[in-house]
Design a binder for this molecule. Structure first.
Ligand code: ASP
Length: 309
């Protein structure tokens, strides 16, 4: 049997330590633990990597603590536009959705795009039509509302700026979520889900739903889920770049992930991090910011739930 493992993240950024109370820190860690355990359980019970990453991301989407599903950030028009993607490293099948509203679990819709359509990426009104045809319940905006996110938006709504929900001075609520996993058969998968950036406009789409940028999986190399300023991660084609370094330069998962996060993406001033697994169950979780909400667990007994370096 292959070593099986899972890693999850809840966003990376300038998580100012002093702003975090012990009680709040415990809350975040408990939410990460819940998602980690849910995904790990799928693997333990012989589930696939794809099933495990979807399960872990659903748990994170359901928590208002993270910027995905419930608790997503507000756009410039005071609405929520969510993005998500999933990729199966065995088949290279992938599904993604962007600019969707009212869907409780965007990652589930991304998986349906992968499995129930001929396409990879559906956006906006078309993606919503697809969801309706599959009988998705459309939740009211109040389901996604979070007072803290709303306050973050009020502070910058009349400006041209848009921001990571977890960057800047005093934030204590963070992030895009993601999961990567390696199952007992040595198959790997990645999933990512986000509300994007506070006050975004013009149909702005980040890296999270873009295969190769914020999310990628290939059994030959690695499964990756990214978090950070999406514009840089798109330009750096970050997730695929890690896979390329492994495939063409024969770098290890750890070295390739570090090279991209602590060198290549920094060269274009990109801030953020990623989680990664390979088909042997190895895990890497580098970030170039002050912190990244992250957790990992492997059948070798290794387990971690951390926020700061
Ligand atoms: N990468 C996401 C985006 O740009 C944001 C995040 O990681 O929190 O939409």
């Amino acid at each position: 049997m292959n070593t099986f493992s899972i890693a999850i993240h809840g966003g990376a950024g300038t998580l100012v330590k002093g702003m975090m109370t012990p009680a709040l820190e415990a809350k975040y860690k408990a939410a990460l633990q819940l998602a980690l355990d849910a995904g790990y359980k799928v693997l333990e019970n012989n589930g696939t990597a794809t099933e495990a990453v979807e399960k872990a991301v659903v748990v994170l989407e359901d928590s208002p603590l993270f910027n995905a599903g419930k608790g997503s950030v507000f756009t410039a028009t005071e609405s929520h536009e969510m993005d998500a993607s999933i990729m199966d490293g065995k088949t290279l099948n992938a599904g993604a959705v962007s600019l969707i509203t009212g869907i409780k679990n965007p990652v589930a819709l991304a998986r349906d795009v992968m499995e129930k359509s001929e396409h990879v990426f559906l956006a906006g009104a078309g993606a919503m039509q697809f969801a309706k045809e599959l009988d998705y319940t459309i939740e009211d905006a109040s389901y996604f509302y979070d007072a803290f996110r709303h306050k973050q938006w009020i502070e910058i709504k009349d400006t041209d700026s848009f921001q990571l929900d977890h960057a800047k001075k005093k934030d204590s609520k963070f992030g895009t979520v993601g999961a990567v996993a390696c199952d007992k058969d040595g198959n790997i998968a990645a999933a990512t889900s986000t509300g994007g950036m506070t006050n975004k406009k013009w149909g702005r789409v980040g890296d999270s739903p873009m295969i190769g940028a914020g999310n990628y999986a290939n059994n030959k190399t690695c499964a990756i889920s990214c978090t950070g300023s999406g514009e840089f991660f798109i330009r750096g084609v970050v997730a695929y770049d890690v896979a390329c370094l492994m495939e063409h330069k024969e770098m290890s998962l750890e070295d390739a992930s570090n090279e991209v996060i602590n060198k290549r993406i920094l060269e274009i001033k990109g801030d953020g991090g990623l989680i990664a697994v390979d088909a042997k169950g190895n895990i890497a979780m580098p970030f170039n910011t002050e912190g990244m909400y992250r957790a990992s667990k492997s059948s070798t007994g290794q387990e971690e739930v951390s926020i700061y370096k």
